[in-house]
Design a protein around this ligand. Sequence first.
Ligand code: FES
Ligand code: FES
Length: 166
Amino acid sequence: MTAEAEYAAVPITVTVNGVKHEAVVEPRTLLVYFLREQLGLTGTHVGCDTSQCGACTIHLDDRAVKSCTILAAQANGKKITTIEGLAQDDDFHPVQQGFREKHGLQCGYCTPGMLMTGYAFLQKNPRPSEDEIRTAISGNLCRCTGYVNIVKAVQHAAATLSQGGA
Ligand code: FES
Ligand code: FES
């Protein structure tokens, strides 16, 4: 394989927040940068770029993943949900509402990742204990809140979702 072929752009097709996108990416492009820079979805944040902080968490085929750990080319053919796809119309998603009600954020930098992790977790475990919530968000770092209100926010969301919220 020639160097040119090795580094040739890669065509991908992804469905992001229900919208199909066809794009061309460099083989080295991380998914988080594809979302932010090529699709303009800047709600997904970059905190560390090294798989530690969780600020870049999205859903890839309904699994919460850190989008700085995945190449855009690896997302070819997959369904992606970002923070921009969480609310329905003008209504906050119950997880967003939980963070609002319980003051689960200060600067907000970690919040998109927390929300995406929290929602994916509640889909698997709708009635979690506090310890289970703390374990679930342990891959998402927040420098501001001390986690107490984030845990309360996830508990609030769990209660809303268990009552039939979206
Ligand atoms: S930016 Fe992806 S884990 Fe920190
Ligand atoms: S609210 Fe500031 S990093 Fe979490």
